[in-house]
Design a protein around this ligand. Structure first.
Ligand code: UD1
Length: 360
């Protein structure tokens, strides 16, 4: 095997989609290993189908569990597979537990790791993903930085691998799939009018696993004059049931969405309210402002541009942000030339470098 790619979650499939396609187009031998961290149709299979990706060659079937269980179990199951297929290089997208387990396993059996979305830092060690990406970057041989800021972060940390500023593969996917969506079916299905609703997602452990935090967020959002559509991650759904916490009347829960439906909702919304990393960028590309339910973000570029507002889970800050975000709804539509996330060719550049490694 020339290349193995290890993924297991929704954002990892999005980040890898065009890299996989580009490898296949060039006839490179690539094996997709799915850890099974995400196993529901709406969090995994729907994305493989939407991006026309082949079914994974290997499914490790690890499922949910504590961080130690997930990371350890993936490592144990993956080690055998990687020893069997013995790839020249293992590609790791993102910062999930699947990514950490993939990187550690490969590095420890001496297979070079190439990390997609390297150097992203929130400087918040309460986030599991921050721990994961720091560790991944320090065992990687090849580090694909999506932005200049990420490259600088890596240089400051003196990582041992080679850093390449390539752009953001999520932006490639946005241009190839997200931009081209014409159907607005989801808007009529949900009876939403252009520019008259907000989209909400909350799934981070720091927000979801704490009743007071969730309650604070909803208390802040209930002041919004807009209707808020809330595609709900299963983790959040389960926690609301466990806490017996009801939603304010202006928040409308729906099932998790695939890529095209989510991007359609974003493109026609007034704003996004989220604790996701990837969606902060997708809102920027879709030209809608974002209120981020975190104290820190790795995508600081959008904050500096004044179109992404960090409010944590403080209900007062959330309510204030709902008022001042209005200005940036118009301003963001005029930002054309300033995109720190590359030119839509990150995946090609990544595969150029992978191809060179495989040939060596
Ligand atoms: C994971 C990633 C996070 C990423 C997110 C995208 C880590 C530490 N976190 O978070 O970085 O932004 O994916 O969604 O890797 N569950 C289901 N069905 C599934 C998967 C999960 O019901 O298919 C529920 C289970 O109750 C599970 C919980 O969600 O315990 C958490 O799942 P997990 O994969 O641990 O983390 P995510 O919250 O999805």
């Amino acid at each position: 095997m020339e290349i193995s790619i290890v993924l297991g979650t929704r954002p990892q499939i999005i980040k890898s989609a065009l890299v996989i396609h580009e490898c296949l187009r060039r006839g490179l031998e690539i094996e997709i290993i799915h850890t099974g961290q995400h196993y529901e149709y709406t969090l995994s299979q729907v994305f493989l189908e939407e991006f026309n990706l082949p079914q994974p060659n290997v499914i490790l079937g690890v499922g949910s569990g504590t961080h130690a269980y997930q990371t350890g179990e993936i490592m144990i199951r993956l080690e055998k597979k990687l020893i069997d297929s013995s790839p020249c290089i293992v590609v790791i997208p993102g910062d999930t537990n699947s990514a950490l387990a993939g990187a550690l396993t490969s590095a420890k059996i001496g297979i070079p790791v190439a990390h997609i979305e390297s150097g992203a830092r929130s400087y918040d060690m309460k986030m599991a993903e921050e721990i994961n990406r720091r560790l991944i970057d320090h065992v990687s041989k090849i580090l694909f930085a999506p932005t200049l800021n990420c490259k600088i972060n890596l240089e400051k940390e003196n990582v041992l691998g080679d850093i390449y500023l390539v752009g953001d593969t999520m932006y490639d996917v946005y241009l190839n799939f997200g931009c081209k969506i014409k159907s607005r079916e989801i808007l009529s299905e949900l009876r939403l009018a252009e520019g008259k609703y907000a989209v909400l997602t909350i799934h981070r452990a720091e927000n979801v696993d704490n009743l007071t935090t969730l309650r604070n967020i909803f208390n802040g959002l209930k002041e919004a004059e807009l209707d808020i559509v809330f595609p709900m991650h299963p983790r959040t759904r389960d926690k609301l049931i466990e806490y017996r916490l009801g939603l304010p009347r202006n928040i409308h829960p729906i099932n998790p969405l695939g890529y095209a439906e989510m991007l359609t909702l974003l493109k026609h919304a007034r704003l996004l309210i989220t604790d996701s990393g990837g969606l902060q960028k997708e809102a920027f590309w879709a030209k809608i402002p974002c209120i981020t339910l975190r104290d820190r973000t790795e995508w600081i570029e959008t904050v500096k541009m004044g179109v992404n507002f960090l409010v944590g889970s403080d209900p007062i800050k959330i309510t204030q942000a709902l008022n001042y975000v209005e200005d940036s709804y118009y301003r963001i539509k005029t930002i054309y030339n300033d995109n720190p996330f590359g030119d839509g060719r990150a995946s090609e550049r990544i595969v150029d470098i992978l191809e060179d490694c495989v040939k060596k």
